[in-house]
Design a protein around this ligand. Structure first.
Ligand SMILES: *[C@@H]1O[C@H](CO)[C@@H](O)[C@H](O)[C@H]1NC(C)=O
Ligand SMILES: *[C@@H]1O[C@H](CO)[C@@H](O)[C@H](O)[C@H]1NC(C)=O
Ligand SMILES: *[C@@H]1O[C@H](CO)[C@@H](O)[C@H](O)[C@H]1NC(C)=O
Ligand SMILES: *[C@@H]1O[C@H](CO)[C@@H](O)[C@H](O)[C@H]1NC(C)=O
Ligand SMILES: *[C@@H]1O[C@H](CO)[C@@H](O)[C@H](O)[C@H]1NC(C)=O
Length: 559
């Protein structure tokens, strides 16, 4: 008997081995895309202007992907300026090579093409992309990117009838070149000229307006709403309907019901809306928040077989800050729901991990040579000629940048400091630390911050200045893991994350104006071993430029 079972396990061994090999080889599906990026002329605010189109579309096409899909996306730059696309919120695990920021990649030169290869690894939810070079987001080139759950992973709500993407944001009549020129000359941008919803402003009461979306009576639809704008927070609401919040930036939330949502720069929310009202047309409304002026866009949603025009009486946006802060506090992670993996989101107990480093960042406005600049801890970032990641990989960082030009604490005279230092701003982030970042906003305007490569837990937003004692107010249980967080005027926000994704990651103010004028930095998370377990090699098709253009490639990472 004993002999027999030994024999049995021996004869099973090759089969088992072949299974292991098969599993390893069963690659995740590939999705192939080809994008032609061109200029076009459109009149979203009634006057013709130059915009950026992707395959003729404005906004660009929706990227419809599923967890772990491999994306192969060939970008043809038919503009007259260098181009990169950034995939906002996509973590690019081990792969900052494809993150599409000027600190990680050489740009795609006009008249050439480059093929991005990346995986939407272990993520679900709502994301967007945009051009990250030359202030181009002001001209378009952005669009939605959704990551569907795999079939076998439970989603905490019934399959919606359809899934709609709504890109909202404030907008200028001037093109990106004129706006950039103004910033280069040391001036701030004036107020935007309007708000767009999927490329249109809409006109309340116009009987000729076509609907953006259609709903079948009785059915429930998912709407993914992202703020891809330039300056302002947006309040989004749905005439006559409630919105059930189900997801924020890659996390399933507790499903509270809202009449309106504040969506700050660079943020995305998913809501469910049921077509259970009178079968008419209804307006979706996106309007600027916390501004003296009122700019808005509207878009029509039509009930299939519906009877009539939408009411021109629009629901109003809330007016105060406290409302917005309270809404933030109402967002909770659904601890029992799954995200990209079958285990519940709440099985990651972030609140029980000890903080190994606290980084406090203060945003201010000031000048360099008399020109307006924005800074973090008194330093205003400029891009190096050679992408930071390449300088680091080729092991010549000292040439164009030094690590840690800012400290983990702002200078003590931060509030009176109006002359900034400048140059690339790169923080040495130690691999696999559990860090706390405090964003402290001493200014009178709202800020919105985004970190690439990670999602993080925003554990608190409070008015005033942060102190270590504030930690006792942190939400250490069910903060929503996400990729962008707002900081109200004269307030602070605290986020927590594990630096377990090796790479060069941009931390930026989501206002393109502020980021362009220096309010951004990079966190370099290096695997000490230069090991393939921690980070992929420089891809073979990577563009090279600047100081590394004609250098021999360094030896690849080891296994
Ligand atoms: C998006 O992808 C999902 C999963 O493959 C598919 O079921 C759905 O029909 C797609 N939607 C669109 C609009 O292409
Ligand atoms: C450019 O596009 C061509 C044609 O599709 C393709 O064969 C080539 O690999 C692309 N080049 C790069 C660098 O992606
Ligand atoms: C959380 O998700 C579970 C599915 O795991 C679902 O049954 C439950 O209704 C959700 N809870 C809330 C409060 O949304
Ligand atoms: C966290 O720190 C405390 C006090 O320094 C220590 O007792 C505890 O073991 C640490 N916990 C973990 C998970 O490292
Ligand atoms: C970054 O920090 C790590 C750990 O603190 C240290 O070992 C390394 O030398 C630092 N690298 C640089 C370039 O300062």
């Amino acid at each position: 008997m004993g002999k027999r079972s030994t024999l049995m396990s021996f004869s099973l061994l090759p089969w088992l081995l072949s299974m292991v090999v098969m599993v390893a080889r069963a690659e995740d599906p590939y999705l192939f895309f080809e994008w032609k990026v061109t200029y076009g002329t459109l009149s979203p605010l009634g006057v013709p202007q130059q915009v950026i189109l992707i395959n003729g579309q404005f906004p660009g096409p929706n990227l419809n992907t599923t967890t772990n899909n491999n994306i192969v996306l060939n970008v043809f730059n038919q503009l007259d300026e260098p181009l990169l696309f950034h995939w906002s919120g996509i973590q690019q695990r081990k792969n900052s090579w494809q993150d599409g920021t000027p600190g990680t990649m050489c740009p795609i030169l006009p008249g050439t093409n480059y093929t991005y290869h990346f995986q939407v690894k272990d993520q679900i939810g709502s994301y967007f992309y945009y051009p990250s070079t030359g202030f181009m987001r002001a001209a378009g080139g952005f669009g939605g990117l959704r990551v569907n759950s795999r079939l076998l992973i439970p989603v905490p709500f019934a399959d919606p009838e359809d899934d709609y993407t709504v890109m909202v944001g404030d907008w200028y009549k001037d093109g990106h070149v004129a706006l950039r020129g103004r910033l280069n000359s040391g001036k701030t941008l004036a107020r935007p000229d309007g708000v767009l919803m999927n490329g249109k402003q809409g006109k309340v009461g116009d009987p000729k307006e076509e609907p953006l979306f259609t709903m079948k009576p009785g059915k429930t639809y998912r709407y993914r709403i992202c703020n891809v704008g330039m300056k302002n927070s947006i309040n989004f609401r749905f005439q006559g309907h409630h919105m059930k919040l189900v997801e924020i930036e890659g996390s399933h939330t507790v499903q509270n019901v809202y009449d309106s949502l504040d969506i700050h720069l660079g943020q995305c929310y998913s809501v469910l809306v049921t077509a259970d009202k009178e079968p008419n047309d209804y307006y979706m409304i996106a309007s600027t928040r916390f501004t003296k002026y009122h700019l808005q866009a509207t878009g029509i949603v039509r009930y299939q077989g519906g009877k009539g025009a939408p009411s021109t009486i629009l629901p109003e946006a809330p007016t105060n800050w406290a409302w917005s802060l309270n809404q933030f506090r109402s967002f909770r992670w659904n601890l029992t729901a799954s995200a990209a993996r079958p285990n519940p989101q709440g099985s990651y107990h972030y609140g029980q991990i000890n903080i190994t480093r606290t980084i406090k960042l203060v945003n201010t406005a000031g000048t360099i040579d008399g020109k307006l600049r924005y800074a973090i801890n008194g330093h205003s970032h400029t891009d190096s000629e050679t992408p930071l990641k390449l300088l680091e990989y080729y092991q010549i960082p000292g040439k164009e940048f030094k690590y840690d030009v800012i400290k983990d604490e702002p200078p003590s005279n931060i509030d009176t400091l109006d002359k900034f230092t400048t140059g690339p701003n790169v923080l040495n982030g130690t691999f696999r630390n559990f860090i706390e970042i405090i964003f402290e906003n001493h200014e009178k305007s709202i800020q919105s911050w985004h970190l690439d490569g990670y999602s993080f837990f925003p554990v608190a937003i409070e008015v005033g200045e942060w102190k270590p004692e504030k930690r006792k107010n942190y939400n250490l249980l069910d903060a929503v893991s996400r990729y962008a967080i707002q900081v109200y005027p004269k307030s602070w926000a605290a986020i927590m994350l594990t630096t377990d994704n090796a790479g060069m990651w941009q931390l930026r103010n989501e206002s393109p104006e502020r980021a362009y004028l220096g309010q951004q930095m990079y966190i370099s998370v290096l695997s000490p071993e230069r090991s393939l377990r921690d980070e992929y090699n420089l891809p073979d098709n990577s563009l090279v430029c600047g100081a590394v253009k004609s250098m021999p490639k360094p030896p690849p990472y080891s296994i």
